[in-house]
Design a protein around this ligand. Structure first.
Ligand code: URA
Length: 445
């Protein structure tokens, strides 16, 4: 049946996909509007998701779906004296990049309206970390969000119900219909929300390794290619870095402990977190059309400008004005803090997913959406691959001795040691540029 004859019946769209005929813009609009307004039944949404998973979409089909899902709710427009830029990470453990990167980019003259999420599975969530700061509000109204971005240069908030509502419904149905793994659907899901924020440029941090959402190097490469080609085709300049998630990025995993790590990074000193923040900042600024960025980003981090903007953002979103000067006075600490004992040796491998699950076990993450979390708990001072243990793997921060015991056993099981130092993999494993992704693989089967 020709697209013009479809009317409002989604079945021909689903049947065409099922039969390998792809998805056009009209079909994508019918699916996305039906997801948002209830015109598509759960059975039809599940069949659609399964047809995409089994048949795959072309770049054009994926772009059509992304655009239609973006347009299923509000799409923000900005009128600011600089480019509007953001970052998306596919999620990891100890990945507290957003708290440092958003103010750093703002310090370099771009605007960052960052719409973030909560912890998902074993991976931590930016909003959960920020809510470890007393008073910090993620649920700003649109007017408040615009005001903070305009005045401070960046804001980090939760998505409103009006943002890409088609994705919210499809995401839940994908979970029930065993269709979470589709790279086409993951791409449309991530980008529909990000593009609804009205971005000029988006840098993507696609994680690869034992703590990544899609662990294998091939999968990370496919996802990065898919995200970059689709974002650019949908009108948002984008590129990706594929980065190491074979170990936590920061030396901390949890919520308050990661805010401490972010503040330490904003205060200076070398770390893997700093290296990745600087690489992503340079990439984002290049996408936004700025040249010679690496000196500017380093200076803005080292001279305290980014730290000052972080402090202003926290205060503008309801947090304490003095957080940066006295984090210990504001961030609650756990009642039990103990070393995680280990034999002498060198760290050779970390099951990073298991480490993330150990944070959940301590109460620092959730097993079900909507569950409360304990912001005080987690791990700090974690040893990295290639480092000597010197008798311990790090510190556990727990609500009780019993919880600490369980977490210590989990971390000990997650770490593998060797007698000699083995080299860690590189932090940045690949760069996926728009031009390379334009000629990328087609997921259509
Ligand atoms: N994050 C999203 O927003 N959507 C997905 O499908 C996977 C990760």
């Amino acid at each position: 049946m020709a697209a013009a004859d479809r009317g409002t019946d989604p079945r021909p769209v689903i049947a065409a996909l099922r039969d390998g005929q792809g998805l056009d813009a009209k079909g994508a609009e019918l699916i996305a509007s039906g997801l948002a307004d209830g015109g598509l039944s759960d059975a039809q949404a599940g069949a659609f998701a399964m047809a995409v998973l089994t048949r795959g979409l072309s770049v054009a089909g994926r772009t059509a779906l992304t655009r239609a899902m973006r347009d299923s709710g509000d799409v923000m427009r900005w009128d600011l004296p600089g480019p509007v830029v953001d970052k998306h990470s596919t999620g990891g453990v100890g990945d507290v990049v957003s708290l440092v990167l958003a103010p750093l980019l703002a310090a370099c003259g771009v605007f960052v309206p960052m719409i973030s999420g909560r912890g998902l599975g074993h991976t931590g969530g930016t909003l959960d970390k920020l809510e470890a700061i007393p008073g910090y509000r993620c649920d700003l109204s649109e007017a408040e969000f615009r005001k903070v971005v305009g005045n401070v240069g960046c804001a980090i908030v939760s998505a409103s119900a009006d943002l890409a509502p088609a994705d919210r419904r499809l995401y839940a149905i994908r979970d029930e219909a065993a269709c979470v793994e589709s790279i086409d659907l993951i791409t449309a899901s991530i980008l529909s929300k990000k593009l609804a924020a009205g971005l000029d440029a988006l840098v993507l941090d696609v994680k690869s390794g034992s703590g990544a959402f899609l662990g294998g190097a091939d999968q990370a490469e496919s996802l990065a290619q898919s995200l970059v080609s689709t974002a650019n085709a949908a009108g948002c300049r984008s590129s990706a870095l594929i980065t190491d998630m074979d170990q936590p990025l920061a030396r901390a995993a949890g919520n308050a402990v990661e805010v401490h790590a972010a503040i330490a990074c904003l205060r200076g000193g070398s770390s893997a977190l700093r290296d990745l923040v600087l690489a992503l900042a340079a990439e984002a600024l290049r996408l936004a059309g700025q040249d010679d960025t690496s000196q500017r980003t380093t200076r803005a981090l080292d001279d305290g400008t980014a730290a000052e903007i972080f402090g202003r953002m926290v205060a503008a979103q309801g947090g304490p004005a003095g957080l940066l000067d006295a984090p210990d006075s504001y961030l609650q600490s756990a009642p039990v803090i103990r070393p995680i004992p280990a034999p002498e040796g060198f760290v050779s491998r970390i099951d990073t997913t298991a480490l993330g699950q150990a944070v959940i076990g301590l109460g620092g993450g959730r097993l079900r959406a909507g569950q409360g979390i304990d912001h005080r708990v987690g791990f700090s001072d974690l040893r990295r691959i290639g480092e000597p243990t010197e008798g311990q793997l790090g510190l556990v921060h727990a609500a009780s001795d019993e919880a600490a015991e369980g977490a210590i056993a989990s971390v000990q099981a997650a770490y593998a040691l060797s007698d000699a130092a083995s080299p860690a993999g590189s932090l940045i494993r690949a760069h996926v540029a728009p031009e390379a992704a334009a000629a990328q693989i087609d997921h259509r089967r």
